[in-house]
Design a protein around this ligand. Structure first.
Ligand SMILES: [Zn+2]
Length: 248
């Protein structure tokens, strides 16, 4: 599939550098993102094994819905899925789909860590990072052709390319920090322990180090930086340094 993606000349990979001028650039509407999300969900069903085990699904959905209910009004209903994959990871796709690997369920020490990861993914959704990521990856010229014409075939093409990239959205450093900060607030508003995400990242960092092989949000910012910021939020009740964070 990767070869096909390259042939199409529209790969989503290699987005390590984000032009700061287009950091907040988003020209994908909610409706367009929902259509794209349906296409992506279809590709995921083809590419990955969705786990039907009722107990595992309930475990994830119960936490996810508790977190979601603590959010202000938001455009997407989030759906939570468990997929068969041994790496301790989770990912979100356009339109509200949040996918948790079975390896993450095995890896976490407790449900508070799992809730921390889910809160981070919900943070991406709430801030519409998938749409921003698409806007950055394709640019206005491509998207005006692909999306403004509401061309279903082109939506399918993007979904196919996301599948080729392992469904990992290319989020920016600021997106990741914003999702962490929102996760902290969301855990607090949900009445859950606020240190779940931080404890998860510490465990991950101890196991994998801070290199690029770390599975969860594999690129930037470095995991110790994220841990450090979450520690500060813990100490100060949610204050973060040098990063304006929208409160919810
Ligand atoms: Zn993230």
């Amino acid at each position: 599939m990767r070869a096909i993606v390259l042939m199409l000349g529209l790969t989503l990979s290699g987005c390590a550098y984000v032009n700061p001028l287009i950091e907040d650039f988003n020209i994908v509407s909610v409706e367009q993102e929902k259509v794209l999300g349906d296409q992506v969900a279809g590709e995921i069903r083809k590419e990955m094994r969705i786990v039907s085990d009722a107990g595992l699904n309930l475990r994830v959905r119960r936490l996810g819905e508790r977190l979601e209910s603590a959010l202000p009004p938001h455009p997407f209903d989030y759906q939570f899925y468990v997929v068969e994959d041994k790496t301790p990871n989770a990912f979100s796709v356009p339109g509200g789909g949040i996918y948790v690997h079975t390896g993450l369920l095995d890896f976490v020490d407790d449900d508070n860590q799992l809730a921390g990861v889910l809160a981070h993914e919900i943070g991406h959704m709430y801030e519409r990072h998938p749409a921003k990521s698409l806007s950055r990856a394709y640019g206005i010229e491509q998207l005006s052709g692909l999306i403004f014409r509401d061309n279903k075939n082109q939506f399918r093409t993007i979904a196919f390319q996301l599948a080729g990239g392992g469904f990992l959205m290319q989020y920016s450093r600021e997106d990741e920090l914003e999702a962490d900060a929102l996760a902290y607030q969301l855990l607090r508003r949900s009445g859950m322990p606020t240190n779940g995400l931080m404890r998860f990242l510490i465990k991950l960092n101890n196991l994998y180090g801070s290199g690029h092989s770390i599975p969860f949000m594999s690129t930037h910012p470095p995991t110790p930086e994220r841990i450090n910021r979450l520690e500060i939020m813990e100490r100060t009740g949610g204050q973060v340094i040098s990063q304006p964070v929208r409160s919810i």
